[in-house]
Write a protein that binds this ligand. Structure first.
Ligand SMILES: Cc1cc2nc3c(=O)[nH]c(=O)nc-3n(C[C@H](O)[C@H](O)[C@H](O)COP(=O)(O)OP(=O)(O)OC[C@H]3O[C@@H](n4cnc5c(N)ncnc54)[C@H](O)[C@@H]3O)c2cc1C
Length: 315
């Protein structure tokens, strides 16, 4: 495929007209050179060569089945765990919306949720239905697709503890269903094939008292507000906790609390959170992260792994 023109306008060759004529039955919106920064918490980065918002799962499967194999596909959720590099993302970027935003309470204390449903809405639906075990989703500011891919977890709960099955579409347009075991979950990692775009999940909890679950969710809200810079432009925890260690302690010990590159800073409040003070570029953010990794390696001999996902190309 054609490569990005890496100039200051950060635009890619427009592939949309050719794709539209090759995929005449496509129903969702397909936009050329659509800015991605507004779709992420960090508010940085370049455009998607083409941004696709499918109408529903069949529309997504149609795109993936007919899109030339050499065009890369990347999926984004609510962008709360994402750095989009300054040169943007070549190929097609998929973002799920309205057609993937239903929740349904089912028998057996189960909840079925579309991949575009914010985690907090699933937590709330479970609370109202008297389903305990999903309150942890209150603490994660992404949507269900991101929770499935990241094995999102907070306050003692993880996606893997509650998931019954996930549904998705692979790069060739095949519908796939994965049981909990087939997701091969470990800490902040999902071993399901990387090309799968999740479309829906079924979670199970246990009977619970709605008032008690509401109180648990309130506690999570309070604790987050007290300990995390949740009103900042951030991506949550930058690095995974290495086995038996806390990333923030290693970062602190390396003297990196408050460290800055341009307008990117390791938060003073929670030093494993990297924040954009306003004018940071994706390059500033990534350079700061790599600087921290180097300093932690030097001081503690621990190689930190990025938890935040980085997509796209540098300028
Ligand atoms: C203030 C703050 C606090 C946070 N606290 C926590 C926390 O306590 N615990 C925690 O686990 N995380 C936390 N995070 C990180 C983040 O919210 C989670 O990783 C979340 O699950 C990401 O979901 P998202 O929709 O924003 O995904 P994105 O950030 O858009 O994407 C993250 C990854 O998921 C993939 N993805 C997204 N949607 C799909 C899909 N439909 N199918 C397949 N792959 C998909 C993307 O390709 C990417 O690799 C925090 C983030 C912030 C900003």
């Amino acid at each position: 495929m054609t490569t990005a023109r890496r100039d200051s306008t950060m635009t890619f060759p427009d592939i949309v007209p050719a794709l539209k004529s090759k995929l005449p039955a496509l129903r969702g919106r397909l936009l050329p050179n659509e800015p991605l920064a507004p779709l992420t918490w960090f508010r940085v980065g370049g455009p998607a060569q083409a941004l696709f918002m499918p109408e529903d799962e069949a529309d997504l499967a149609y795109l993936l089945a007919h899109l030339p194999a050499d065009i890369p596909v990347t999926v984004v959720g609510l962008g709360s765990n994402l750095i989009v590099r300054d040169g943007g993302v070549p190929g097609v970027v998929v973002r799920l919306g309205r057609g993937f935003s239903d929740t349904k309470v089912e028998n057996g204390h189960r909840i079925r949720a579309g991949a575009a449903v914010p985690d907090v809405r699933v937590a709330r639906a479970a609370q109202e239905a008297g389903i305990a075990g999903l309150a942890f989703l209150r603490g994660i500011p992404g949507a269900i697709g991101g929770a499935l891919r990241m094995n999102g977890g907070a306050y003692g709960g993880e996606t893997k503890d509650a998931l019954i099955e996930a549904r998705g579409v692979d790069r060739r347009g095949n519908l796939r269903v994965f049981s909990n075991g087939e997701m091969h979950y470990t800490y902040r990692h999902c071993g399901a094939p990387e090309d799968v775009i999740f479309t829906e999940a079924v979670f199970a909890g246990r009977p619970g008292d709605p008032a008690a679950i509401a109180a648990e969710m309130d506690k999570i809200t309070e604790s987050r507000e007290a300990t995390q810079p949740i009103k900042s432009r951030t991506g949550g925890s930058t690095f995974k906790n290495p086995p038996g260690r806390k990333a923030w302690q290693l970062i602190d010990a390396a003297g990196c609390r408050g460290l800055k590159v341009g307008d990117a800073q390791m938060s003073e409040m929670h030093c494993n959170f990297l924040i954009n003070l306003g004018g940071a570029t994706a390059a500033d953010i990534e350079t700061l992260g790599e600087t921290v990794r180097l300093r932690v390696q030097e001081t503690s001999s621990v190689a930190l792994d990025w938890e935040i996902k980085r997509i796209g190309v540098p300028l």
